[in-house]
Ligand binder design. Structure first.
Ligand code: KIV
Length: 263
């Protein structure tokens, strides 16, 4: 049986092997993903692909805890990270109170916090209090309204320097890994080399310590839009639609249920 990774095993993976992180929002998909995933992220992206909202900002802590419990029920042997939603970590006190809620109300192994060196003190408060933290730097989806869009980072030497400082500050604050999103590949490579904890990329090229994708993107289930960095490993939307159309047709012709499916 697969053994759940510890934060030490995740840190040790750096320079030894590449880590595979995938999002999940429910027990069923978590159980299907767990065979291959090193880490499952209950991302606040669920507000878009699960809840149909235009961005992640209206996800609530109650929703994140609910979905984290579902994922943990489905993937008992996988390290699970719960994304802290927008507005739940504006200061160290609020972050600690809300991260404690995540630990007390779900079996989550860690929480994820978006932000760079501005969040380092807050991350230190969490790690000092026994909470495992994954950082998230680069393009920050929770800042999409404040920054006027999803803006790719790491295009200038100054911005690369900022990203390095962000990663170093988060490592220093005790985080065990960092997601880096929407960053030029050359910049992500330099950031990965600057710290001793794994840098997990999404839209950040190959020269990092692992990759993360949103499961509904990689399975081709989410049709609203496809960011450049998403690879669809199957055409899930077409397969689902074809299956349901076949079901409808068999309902109408009475080919379903056949004797095989009848008591
Ligand atoms: O919410 C999410 O799914 C994420 C990933 C895109 C890293 O933060």
């Amino acid at each position: 049986m697969k053994k759940k990774l510890s934060i030490n095993a995740i840190k040790k993976a750096k320079n030894e092997r590449l880590l595979t992180m995938i999002t999940a929002y429910d027990a069923l998909f978590a159980s299907l993903l767990e065979e291959s995933a090193d880490i499952i992220l209950v991302g606040d992206s669920l507000n878009m692909s699960f809840n149909g909202k235009p961005d992640t900002l209206s996800a609530t802590l109650d929703q994140m805890i609910y979905h984290t419990n579902a994922v943990c029920n489905g993937a008992k042997n996988t390290f699970v990270i719960c994304d802290m939603p927008f507005g739940t970590y504006n200061n160290p006190r609020a972050a600690l109170k809300n991260a404690i809620r995540v630990y007390q109300e779900s079996p989550a192994d860690a929480v994820k916090i978006e932000g760079g060196k501005d969040k380092a003190a807050l991350i230190k408060t969490l790690t000092d209090n026994g909470i495992a933290v994954c950082g998230h730097i680069g393009l920050l989806p929770q800042s999409v309204r404040g920054q006027g869009g999803y803006i790719v980072r790491g295009k200038t030497p100054e911005d690369i320097e900022t990203l390095i400082e962000d990663a170093e500050a988060i490592e220093e604050a005790g985080a065990f890994c960092i997601v880096i999103e929407g960053v030029k590949a050359e910049a992500a490579q330099v950031v990965s080399k600057a710290v001793n904890i794994p840098i997990i990329g999404i839209g950040a090229g190959t020269e990092v310590d692992g990759q993360v994708l949103v499961f509904s993107d990689m399975l081709g289930l989410f049709e609203a839009f496809t960011p450049k960095f998403v690879k669809k490993y199957m055409d899930g939307a077409t397969l689902v639609k074809q299956a349901v159309a076949r079901y409808k047709s068999e309902v109408e012709t009475k080919d379903f249920p056949s004797s095989e499916h009848t008591y």
